[in-house]
Design a protein around this ligand. Sequence first.
Ligand code: SF4
Ligand code: SF4
Length: 337
Amino acid sequence: MSTVEFNNIISKLLLDYRILAPVCLEGKGTFSGTDLVTYGDIERIQDVVFDRKTVYSAKEVVFPPNETMFYFTEEEFKQPSVDQKGILVFARPCDINAFRRLDAIYLESGPYPDPYYLQLREKLKFVLMECDHGFKNCFCTSTGTNETGDFSLLIRTEEDQIFCLINDAGLEDLISESLASNSMRKVDLQPRFVQRNKTRLQIPDKLDNSLFAHPLWQEYASRCTGCGRCNFSCPTCSCFTMQDVFYRDNPNCGERRRVWASCMIEGYTEMAGGQEVRKTQGERMRFKVMHKFSDFKKRFGFHMCVGCGRCDNVCPEYISLPRCVEKLQEINNGGVS
Ligand code: SF4
Ligand code: SF4
């Protein structure tokens, strides 16, 4: 169908869904005169950036950076209401697979699912964006997250033509009227997935505690600045902290928020009495890597990292996560002392 026809379908979907996709925010990039490609609301297909990877992932749709859990006075509290619309998110295979990791953390790791996550997650449907090539630092083929069948709609754009595969009865009902009234042709469409990345690594089968004291981690103690950018851009990092905010005009009222936290930032493991479990950036890097490639898998059966490469893209110190994993494999093979 044409972009005009597809935009008519988007207008129809917007009555029932909020639609988010990679968008370009001009002049909002890290450096002066650069743009930021990140997630934002769209109203037409031309708003979607297909040819660049977003700096931040789509996780903020279900895990906002700053989320009010409830408002309180001295006597009562109230949870904020939630938009009744569904949520459609344009996402690449690795990012869709990242939601499976977030589901494990927020819905399956304790006796009760996290209600704040669940109330947004239940609304979520994916629009699959294909990758015709791996982007800089991607290694999804090494983590096995380059493919997915979890999508409601597949969109492929070729010049001014839009091809779509509807994989969801609810969406099909919603847009079937538009489909019938348009001059569209039927084609056989199968999702295409990237099969090769420039960055490839072999993830060690076994990362045991003998690596804890390895001098490898000291390199990160001196290089990592503890900025936390790697965590904030990661689609599977899910740590948060709590803040009670008291209003200035009435300090007896306020709100409790949960805000993103980072295991790479100093103070993350600080406890009452001043005890800090991980004191150096090397120890923090060790925790992050072991969590992504060992501990999580022991618990859930698959690796936490989906190989999106965003942490490498944003690190101001050019610290490479896959290179670190590669070194661990070399240590396992007896190659790095
Ligand atoms: S650890 Fe890095 S490569 Fe892995 S999912 Fe997070 S940002 Fe992507
Ligand atoms: S982005 Fe780089 S420098 Fe910043 S905390 Fe992560 S590894 Fe350290």
